[in-house]
Design a protein around this ligand. Structure first.
Ligand SMILES: *Cc1c(COP(=O)(O)O)cnc(C)c1O
Length: 423
C-alpha cells in the first residue's frame, strides 16, 4: 500500500497498540487535526475527575491534608522518572517551572566547579535557557559561549554532536547545557556521548528534555546523566503551566547546592531552625510548597504514559514522523517546502519541522481554513507533531492532505498573518 492512500494511515491505526488511548483524551472537534501536541498536549478525561476529586479532598481535609500533601513532589517525581525518564526512585522532583529548575541546576553546577568561568550552550537553544544563562553569566562574571548552529533560513546545523562540541571544550568549562531535542528543528542530540565528553574535561552537563519527555526514551540513569530538567505540558499532557520536573542523579546529590535555599530543602523542616541545613536527598533541591492541583494533573497523565510504556510511545513517534516525511516527499517538497529534520528516526523525536518562505501565513491559514493545528517558529518553520497517546495516524495523514491542498491551490494567500502574540 502507498503512503499517499488514506488506507495506509488507517492500517497503521488498526495495528497500533496505543490506538485506544486517544479516546481517553477530550476531543471536542473530531474533524480537527491537532498536530501541536509538542507545544501543549490534549487533556486526559481522567484529569478532569482528578482535579475535581482534589477539590473535594481540599474541602474535607483542609489543613490536615498537608500531612500527606507535603511530600507529593517526590512520589510524583518517582512516577515520572520510572514512566518517562528511565530514572530510579529518589532522583526526580515535580516542582516549579522548567525555567526556575533550569536556573537552579545550572547555577548549582557552576558553583560545583569553582574557578572555571565558561558556560557553553548553542544559538538554537530555547530562548528561556539562553536568556537565563546570559543572566547567570552577567551576575557572576562568567563567559557564555554560543555554538553557532543557526542558519538564517534553514537550521540544518542544529544537531550537536561530539565533533561539533569538541573545539569549544577546555579546562575552563564548568557547564555545557543543551536541549535533548531542539525545539525548532526537532534534532535529537545523543545524551550519553556528550555527557561523557564533558565529564572527561571536568565539566557538568544540564540537559533540557522539554521537547523529548513523553515522546522518546531518555534512559537518564543508564546514560550516566547527572542533571536534567523538563516540562510536563508538551508530550506530558499535564496542562498549561503544569509543574515541571528536575532530575539530579544520586551520584551528585550531596555535592550540589541550588541558589534558592527554600524551607522545603531544610533537613528538619518543621523544627523551623535558625540555620539552613540541607536535606541530603532529592528534597534538598525543592524550594517550596508543591502545587497540588498541578501535581494531580501530572500524576494522571504520567500514569497513562507508564501504562502505555515509553518504548511503545517512542516507536509510534518514529513511525508517525516517518509517515510525515514520506508524505512530505510525495506532496510537499514539490510545493516548495524543505525538510529541516533528520530522516534518521534516532536523530529526531515526535515532531518535524518544514521550512517554507510563506510559513507564517500558511500556519495561520491551516488553523483558520483547514482546521489543522500546527505551530510556527521563526524563521519560516512549521512544526508538526504526533503526540503518541493522543494522536491517530489518520489524523496526521488528513492534516498533511489538507496542507497540500491549501498550498497547492494558493488559498492560504487570502489569509492575513498574525492576530495573536503567540505563534
Ligand atoms: C517548553 C520549553 C521550556 C518552557 O519553559 P517554562 O519555564 O515552562 O515556560 C523551557 N525549555 C525548553 C527547551 C522548552 O522546550
Amino acid at each position: 500500500m502507498n503512503v499517499t492512500d488514506r488506507a495506509y494511515a488507517l492500517e497503521l491505526d488498526r495495528n497500533d497498540p496505543l490506538a485506544h488511548f486517544k479516546s481517553q483524551f477530550v476531543v471536542t472537534d473530531p474533524q480537527m487535526c491537532y498536530l501541536d501536541g509538542n507545544s501543549l498536549g490534549r487533556i486526559p478525561k481522567a484529569t478532569i475527575s482528578a482535579v475535581n476529586d482534589f477539590m473535594s479532598e481540599w474541602g474535607a481535609e483542609v489543613v490536615t491534608g498537608w500531612s500527606h500533601w507535603v511530600d507529593e513532589a517526590q512520589p510524583t517525581g518517582d512516577l515520572l522518572g520510572v514512566a518517562a525518564l528511565g530514572a530510579a526512585a529518589g532522583q526526580v522532583l515535580v516542582c516549579d517551572t522548567t525555567s526556575v529548575n533550569f536556573y537552579q541546576l545550572c547555577l548549582a553546577a557552576v558553583h560545583a566547579r569553582p574557578g572555571r568561568k565558561t558556560i557553553i550552550t548553542d544559538a538554537a537553544n530555547f530562548p528561556t535557557d539562553r536568556y537565563i544563562l546570559d543572566g547567570i553569566a552577567k551576575q557572576f562574571g562568567l563567559k557564555l559561549v554560543l555554538i553557532q548552529n543557526e542558519d538564517s533560513v534553514v537550521a540544518t546545523h542544529e544537531r550537536i554532536t561530539t565533533e561539533v562540541l569538541a573545539p569549544y571544550l577546555n579546562d575552563d568549562v564548568a557547564l555545557v547545557t543543551l536541549q535533548v531535542i531542539q525545539y525548532r528543528s526537532g534534532a535529537r542530540t545523543d545524551i550519553k556521548s556528550i555527557t561523557d565528553q564533558v565529564r572527561a574535561i571536568g565539566g557538568l552537563v544540564v540537559w533540557d528534555a522539554s521537547h523529548a519527555v513523553g515522546a522518546i526514551e531518555l534512559n537518564l540513569d543508564a546514560n550516566g546523566v547527572d542533571l536534567c530538567v523538563g516540562c510536563t505540558y508538551k508530550y506530558g499532557n499535564s496542562g498549561p503551566g503544569s509543574p515541571a520536573w528536575l532530575y539530579v542523579s544520586k551520584k551528585i546529590q550531596k555535592e550540589l547546592q541550588v541558589p534558592i535555599q527554600g524551607w522545603f530543602a531544610q533537613d528538619a523542616q518543621f523544627e523551623m531552625g535558625p540555620v539552613f541545613e540541607r536535606a541530603q536527598n532529592i528534597r534538598g533541591f525543592q524550594i517550596a510548597s508543591p502545587s497540588l492541583i498541578g501535581i494531580r494533573c501530572v500524576q494522571t497523565a504520567f500514569s497513562m504514559i507508564k501504562e502505555a510504556g515509553i518504548d511503545a510511545i517512542a516507536t509510534k513517534a518514529a513511525v508517525g514522523t516517518q509517515m510525515m516525511i514520506d508524505l512530505f516527499d510525495a506532496w510537499l517538497a514539490p510545493l516548495g517546502f524543505v525538510l529541516n529534520t533528520s530522516r534518521d528516526a534516532k536523530e529526531r523525536g515526535g515532531h518535524i519541522s518544514l521550512v517554507h518562505p510563506d510559513a507564517a501565513q500558511i500556519c495561520v491559514a491551516l488553523r483558520e481554513i483547514s482546521n489543522v493545528i500546527p505551530d510556527y517558529r521563526t524563521p519560516k518553520s512549521i512544526r508538526l507533531a504526533i503526540s503518541p497517546l493522543a494522536t491517530s495516524f489518520v489524523e496526521v495523514w488528513d492534516g498533511f492532505a489538507r496542507m497540500r491542498d491549501l498550498v497547492a491551490t494558493g488559498q492560504y494567500k487570502t489569509i492575513k498573518e498574525g492576530g495573536s502574540r503567540v505563534t
